[in-house]
Design a protein around this ligand. Structure first.
Ligand code: ACO
Length: 362
C-alpha cells in the first residue's frame, strides 16, 4: 500500500547529511570539521543558500544586507508589550517573527535571519528590566548578537566562539523542526510560515530544550561535590543523563567536539569560569565510564547539548535563552530546506493508517 511514507523517508536534499555510524556531519559537501575553523554565520548562510534564491548572494554582499535587515527588524522592538514579555523568550520571539511578511524572496529570508538575532537579545534585556540595544550595521551577525545581549563589545574569542556555535548547529538533516519547515514549504506557503512551524517543533524538550537541564545537572553536582556518586544515584533512579546519547549517532556527536574546540580559546584567554569547565570534564569522564559499564551493548556518548550548555553559559546567555539561541542558528537551515522543498519538491501529504472501526455494511 502506498501510505505516502516514502515521501518522508526519501526526502532528497543537497543540504546536509548526518552519518550516525561514522559520526560525520556534512553540510553542502563540506565536513563540519572543515566548516567550523574560521567559519562565520555569514559564510555558512551563504553556503546553505547557494543556488536557492532568485537573487543570488555571496559572502561579501550578505553581510551588509543582513546588517541592514537587523536595523529594519529592530523597529518592531517597540511592539514588545507586557503580554509578550510575560512569555518564555522563545515564545515571545516566535510571536514577534509572526509579524513579518510571508514571502519566498531574498528580502524575506534576510529579515527572517535577522529577526531572532535582534528579538531575542531585546526580549532578554527587557525581561531583565534593561533597555534594548539597537543593532550596529558595521558588525557581523555574531558580534552584534553578543553586543545587543550584553551591551558590551565582545572579545575576538567570544565572537569566534559564537560563530563556531552558529555554524555547528546551522543544519542537521531532516530533524523534527526542519521537517516541519519542509512540510509547510511543500504547500507553497511563505518562508515566515515555515520558520514559525519550525520554531514550534524546536521548542519541545525532546528537540531544542535539552541544554538547560545539562546546567541543572552540573549545578547539582557542584553542590554535592562528587560527580561519580551523583551520577550513580541518578542512573540507579532510572534517570537519563542530560547531554548523553543520540537517536542517530552511534559514536560521538561531531558537533560536541566542534563546540568543545570552540571553548578552548575562551579558556586560554581566561574568559570563562575554569572551575566550571574542569567540573564538566570530570562529569563527562565519569558519565561515559558509568554508561559504558551499565549499557555495554548501547554506545552512549556525549551529544551536542552538553557543550552547547557550557558554551552558551560562557558567552553570558541565561539558560532560559538557550532554545532561542538555537533558533537563531537553525533558522538559516530551515530557510534553505524550505526553499529547496518549494523549488523541487511535491506537496508532502503522507496518508495515515486508519485503525478505527468501519461502518457496518448493510
Ligand atoms: N542516560 C542514561 N541512559 C540512556 C541515555 C542517557 N542519556 N540515553 C539512552 N539511554 C539508555 C536508555 O535508557 C535505554 O536503556 P534500556 O534499553 O535499558 O531501556 C537505552 O540507552 C537506549 O535508549 P533509547 O531510548 O533507544 O535511545 P534513543 O535513541 O531513543 O534516545 C535520546 C536518544 C532521547 C537523545 C536519549 O539518549 C536521551 O534521552 N538523552 C538524554 C537527553 C539529551 O541529552 N537530549 C539531547 C539529545 S541531542 C539533540 O537532540 C539535539
Amino acid at each position: 500500500m502506498n501510505n505516502g511514507l516514502e515521501d518522508v523517508i526519501a526526502a532528497e536534499t543537497r543540504l546536509s547529511d548526518v552519518d550516525g555510524e561514522r559520526g560525520r556531519l556534512v553540510i553542502r559537501g563540506v565536513s563540519l570539521d572543515d566548516l567550523v575553523p574560521g567559519g562565520t554565520y555569514e559564510s555558512v548562510a551563504t553556503l546553505l543558500l547557494d543556488g536557492l534564491m532568485e537573487d543570488p548572494v555571496d559572502a561579501t554582499t550578505l553581510r551588509p544586507l543582513l546588517a541592514s535587515a537587523r536595523i529594519d527588524v529592530y523597529s518592531y522592538v517597540t511592539q514588545l508589550d507586557e503580554t509578550l514579555l510575560a512569555l518564555p523568550p522563545v515564545d515571545a520571539m516566535r510571536a514577534m517573527i509572526a509579524r513579518l511578511a510571508d514571502g519566498q524572496d531574498l528580502d524575506t529570508a534576510l529579515h527572517l535571519m535577522a529577526a531572532p538575532a535582534v528579538f531575542l537579545p531585546a526580549i532578554l534585556r527587557l525581561q531583565a528590566g534593561q533597555r534594548p540595544v539597537a543593532p550596529d550595521a558595521a558588525l557581523s551577525q555574531s558580534a552584534d548578537i553578543l553586543r545587543m545581549t550584553t551591551d558590551q563589545m565582545p572579545s575576538a574569542e567570544q565572537m569566534a566562539a559564537l560563530d563556531a556555535y552558529l555554524v555547528t548547529i546551522s543544519d542537521h538533516g531532516l530533524n523534527a523542526s526542519t521537517f516541519a519547515s519542509r512540510v509547510v514549504a511543500s504547500t507553497q506557503a511563505g518562508l515566515t510560515s515555515s520558520v514559525l512551524a519550525a520554531i514550534g517543533a524546536l521548542k519541545g524538550p525532546l528537540h531544542g530544550g535539552a541544554p538547560g537541564p545539562v546546567l541543572d545537572m552540573l549545578d547539582a553536582i557542584e553542590t554535592g561535590g562528587d560527580a561519580q556518586a551523583w551520577l550513580t544515584v541518578a542512573l540507579d533512579r532510572g534517570d537519563r543523563l542530560m547531554g548523553f546519547g543520540h537517536r542517530i549517532y552511534r559514536v560521538r556527536d561531531p558537533r560536541a567536539d566542534a563546540l568543545k574546540n570552540a571553548l578552548a580559546p575562551l579558556v586560554r584567554a581566561d574568559q570563562v569560569n575554569r572551575e566550571r569547565i574542569a567540573l564538566a570534564g570530570a562529569v563527562e569522564r565519569a558519565a561515559l565510564a558509568l554508561l559504558k559499564a551499565r549499557k555495554p551493548d548501547r554506545p552512549l556518548d556525549v551529544n551536542v547539548e552538553f557543550y552547547t550548555a557550557l558554551l552558551l553559559e560562557a558567552l553570558g546567555f541565561p539558560r532560559q535563552a538557550f532554545t532561542g539561541v538555537f533558533a537563531i542558528g537553525r533558522t538559516i537551515g530551515w530557510i534553505a530546506h524550505a526553499r529547496e522543498q518549494a523549488l523541487n519538491g511535491r506537496l508532502i501529504r503522507p496518508r495515515s493508517i486508519y485503525t478505527g472501526p468501519l461502518p457496518k455494511v448493510a
